[in-house]
Structure formats: structure tokens, C-alpha cells
Design a protein around this ligand. Structure first.
Ligand code: 4AD
Length: 472
């Protein structure tokens, strides 16, 4: 009864509080501060209320005591309410720990937006053992958790570090369009839409545009969404993903692989050198060790042998690509042969056994996209192409040297049944001062899944999209 009558007012005799975000509180120790955030954890202990406040930049232990802890708002406070606290920031006493090593002794506070405490309480909505599809529907609430928010925080650091690495190599960032009228990686995975009465697609890759930038801007990269209408419900497929792509002029295939290694290792080194991102990696992936250079390189043909030597087989398929089954309905497993695609399952087993990054290179032309440069020689055509595979994820980078000769490109369109008309701008690249060039695309979510040891790429993006999932 008495508590309901306590009305808190800020004591005007106290020094003015400095407004700050949690991450930048340390220099304000000993002074009076003002912090807004959400109630992340809440614990009542006799006359004290301990609130761990979260503002997205960090966590802050706050202590409400005496009058401040006896108001109606204090006694009915719930998790996930937004509040503003005023008080003096103190280093935690010897032998105690708290985030940032300090705690706020609150002298005045107010509720900004309360959260329900009944059956609609946050902890009831978000039961971590819920069905994955319920958690997907509640992604907007899941994001408030310590793990999910740390993954996204690391993602931001990762993108900045990549940008810094490209800057250090004099590679310029460009922003190609998402709405396009050409395909890059095959018609089967294109999202089509109506563009003022014309057919158009959501981009699968910005590669062709990056190629046109070389004579204008030199080596370029982009961080752009790519879209794949793939009916793949796997740990590593999204319908929309963030694609980090780069294109380099006047390079050899060997230069290209060395460059990919350098960008990845320099980016990882930057993340580990920064205390904030190093702490995130330690939190999410305590056993992470940076890869050493050079990465292993295995040719496609040798990889086929390796798979057979290690008894890694694949499902036998009929001419339509359907699994052939035995009398009991089990898929029939067969050895790999040169010409086979190395499917996700085999690739994953291979990387998990090898246990470190590995480049597979020199894939057969018939397995790869139309634009890839072929290795000269007799017999079946192989390409100057590479996939970089990482343990726990598999392919994170796909790259190649590009066809630089116009006649060869025209023949490639023909072979693939592609109408060259809408590609006139890409073809012109070979007409006006062609050059040997190559590039690659890196799946940011896959890279992050490797770095942060996440089970699926769905955890590595803000609002993941996969077949039949575009909400929230
Ligand atoms: O191997 P991909 O299809 O290569 C290209 O698109 C090239 N045109 C890139 C280039 O050379 N500029 O895709 C490149 C990478 C893959 O290695 C993978 O990491 C990622 O993009 N990726 C996906 N990530 C998530 N979900 C999907 N559905 C993905 N498809 C590709």
C-alpha cells in the first residue's frame, strides 16, 4: 500500500546526469549518468532490485535500492520493458563481476514502455525450445537475445573489416543494381518479375556489372544482395543472401586464388586485432583459430580420386537427376566419376575430414557457368574456376577467370542457348580493350557461419528468406 504512494522525482540538488550509451560508459565512472534501454534480466533480492539493462551496445548492471525500489513501477517491473535510469556509475567491488566492470547505483528512474508480465510475457512468447518455425515467426523477438544479437554485431564488424581489406588493396566499392535483365548463374534459379511490362529478374550476382567497371574504375568490389529461387531447404541456402563480390584486372588464375586467401586472412586478422570483435568471436566460437596461408589447393580431378579413396559416395541418379532406389527404397550409392558434380553432402564430408580451408579448382566446363575461361588443351574442357570450402559450411566462395576473347564468349552464349542481345554491354567489354580478368563471390552468411560456428546461415542474417519464408 505504502509503495503505491511513493512518487519518484529527480533530486535537483544532484549533479546533471550525462546521457550515454552503455558501450561508452567507462570514462564516466564516478560521475552521474543517464542510460536508456530494455530490461534484459531482473532479480529481486530483499530490498534491492538488480536490473541488467541492454541498449544494443552492451549490458549494464543497475541497482535499485531503498525508495527507488519501492515504487509501484519497481514492484511491477517486467523483462523487456524499456526504462531510463539515472545514477552514479561505480566500479564493481573487488571479487565481483559485471559487464564492463561497473554498475549503476540508481537514484532516479522511469518506465518508458512497459512489457506485459502475464501469459503474454516475453519469456512465454519466446520459449527457446519452441518449434523452429515458431522461432522463425518470432525472429523480431529472437534478435533481442544475447547470441542472435552478437552474431549480427559480428556481421557488422565483418563487413567493415572486409571493406577495410579491400581499401588496403586499392579496390573500389561500387553499388550495382538489384533489378536486372540478364542471368549469370543459370535460368533455373532466377526470380522473375514484371518491370513496366518487360520481363526482369532479381540479380543472382553482380559479376557482369563488376566486369564492366574494370576499365572505368580499376579493380572493384561490391556488397549486394543476391537472389536465388532455389528450392533448397539446407543449412546453407537462402533465397536472398548478401554477396560480397570482387573483380580484378590483369591477373592470372594463381593471382586470383592468392588474392582470395589474402582478403580472407587479412579480414580475420583485423577482426581478431579489434577487442570488440575478438570478444564476439570468442563468445560465439571459443575454439576459433585463424586459418594459415597458403590454403590447400586440390584440383577437381584429384578431388574425385580423394572422395573415392575415402569411400565418400553419392546417390545414383537417372537421366532426369532423380535418385535411383533399390528394392527396399533406399538410394543406391555409387563412387564419384570425373564429370560428376560434387554435391553438398560429399563436399561437406570432405571439408570436415580435411579440417581447414581448401580450394577446389579446375571444374569441368559443363558443370560451370557460361562466362568461365577454359584451360587450353586436349580432351574434355576444364575451367579456371575455384570454390573455396570451409569446415562446417562447405563452399563459401565461388570464383573464376573470365572469357576475355569476344569470339569465345559468343560461342559460349550459343552453347548455353543464351540470346546475346541483352548482353551487348557485357560483350562490349571484350570489344573495347579486353584484358585477362577474374573475380569471385563470397556468401557473407556462409562466411559468418564458419567464423561464428553457427549451425545454419539462417542465423547469420537479419531476417532470413528461404522457400516459403518472407516474414517477418
Ligand atoms: O558460386 P556462385 O553461384 O558464384 C557466382 O554467383 C559468381 N557469379 C560470383 C562471382 O564470381 N562474382 O555464388 C558465390 C557464393 C557461393 O560460394 C556461396 O557462398 C554464396 O555465393 N551462395 C549462397 N549463399 C547463400 N544462399 C544461397 N542460395 C547461395 N548461393 C550462392
Amino acid at each position: 500500500e505504502e509503495s503505491k504512494q511513493i512518487v519518484l522525482v529527480e533530486d535537483e540538488a544532484l549533479p546533471k546526469a550525462t546521457k550515454a550509451k552503455i558501450v561508452s560508459l567507462t570514462p564516466l565512472r564516478g560521475s552521474r549518468v543517464r542510460v536508456s534501454g530494455w530490461v534484459h534480466r531482473l532479480r529481486d533480492q530483499k530490498d534491492l532490485i538488480f536490473v541488467v539493462l541492454r541498449d544494443g551496445t552492451g549490458y549494464l548492471q543497475t541497482i535499485l535500492s531503498s525508495r527507488v525500489a519501492k515504487t509501484f513501477n519497481a514492484l511491477t517491473l517486467t523483462l523487456e520493458s524499456s526504462i531510463e535510469v539515472f545514477g552514479t556509475l561505480q566500479a564493481v567491488p573487488e571479487g565481483k563481476t559485471a559487464p564492463g566492470g561497473h554498475e549503476l547505483i540508481v537514484d532516479y528512474w522511469q518506465v518508458l514502455g512497459s512489457a506485459p508480465g502475464n501469459e503474454d510475457a516475453f519469456t512465454n512468447r519466446l520459449n527457446e525450445k519452441s518449434d523452429p518455425s515458431i522461432l522463425a515467426d518470432l525472429r523480431h523477438l529472437v534478435l533481442r537475445g544475447e547470441t542472435s544479437s552478437s552474431v549480427l554485431r559480428l556481421r557488422a564488424a565483418l563487413l567493415s573489416a572486409f571493406r577495410a581489406s579491400y581499401g588496403a588493396h586499392d579496390i573500389l566499392e561500387v553499388t550495382p543494381p538489384c533489378m536486372v535483365q540478364t542471368q549469370v548463374e543459370g535460368g533455373a534459379t532466377l526470380f522473375k518479375f514484371d518491370y513496366y511490362g518487360q520481363p526482369a529478374f532479381l540479380t543472382q550476382s553482380s559479376q557482369l556489372y563488376l566486369e564492366t567497371c574494370l576499365p572505368a574504375l580499376g579493380d572493384v568490389f561490391c556488397v549486394q544482395e543476391s537472389f536465388r529461387a532455389e528450392n533448397s531447404h539446407t543449412r546453407r541456402h537462402l533465397s536472398e543472401y548478401t554477396h560480397l563480390e570482387a573483380e580484378l584486372a590483369f591477373v592470372t588464375f594463381d593471382d586470383l586464388m592468392t588474392h582470395i586467401e589474402a582478403i580472407i586472412c587479412e579480414t580475420v586478422d583485423k577482426l581478431l586485432a579489434d577487442p570488440a570483435s575478438a570478444a564476439l568471436i570468442k563468445q560465439l566460437n571459443p575454439n576459433f583459430t585463424p586459418p594459415s596461408r597458403p590454403f590447400l589447393r586440390i584440383s577437381y580431378v584429384d578431388a574425385i580420386d580423394w572422395l573415392n579413396e575415402h569411400g565418400i559416395q553419392h546417390e545414383k541418379e537417372d537421366a532426369e537427376g532423380n535418385a535411383v532406389r533399390d528394392a527396399d527404397g533406399r538410394p543406391i550409392m555409387v563412387d564419384h566419376a570425373v564429370g560428376d558434380d560434387i554435391a553438398e553432402a560429399a563436399e561437406r564430408q570432405m571439408t570436415d575430414i580435411i579440417g581447414k580451408p581448401v580450394f577446389l579448382h579446375g571444374f569441368p566446363a559443363e558443370l560451370k557457368a557460361f562466362y568461365m575461361k577454359k584451360i587450353k588443351g586436349e580432351g574434355p574442357a576444364y575451367t579456371e574456376s575455384c570454390d573455396l570450402l570451409m569446415p562446417n559450411v562447405g563452399e563459401i566462395v565461388g570464383g573464376s577467370m573470365r572469357i576475355s576473347d569476344m569470339e569465345e564468349l559468343l560461342a559460349a552464349y550459343k552453347r548455353e542457348g543464351i540470346d546475346p542481345t541483352p548482353y551487348y554491354w557485357f560483350t562490349d567489354q571484350r570489344k573495347y580493350g579486353t584484358c585477362e580478368h577474374g573475380g569471385y563471390g563470397l556468401g557473407v552468411e556462409r562466411f559468418l557461419a564458419w567464423l561464428a560456428n553457427r549451425y545454419t546461415v539462417r542465423e547469420c542474417t537479419l531476417y532470413p528468406r528461404w522457400p516459403n519464408r518472407a516474414t517477418p
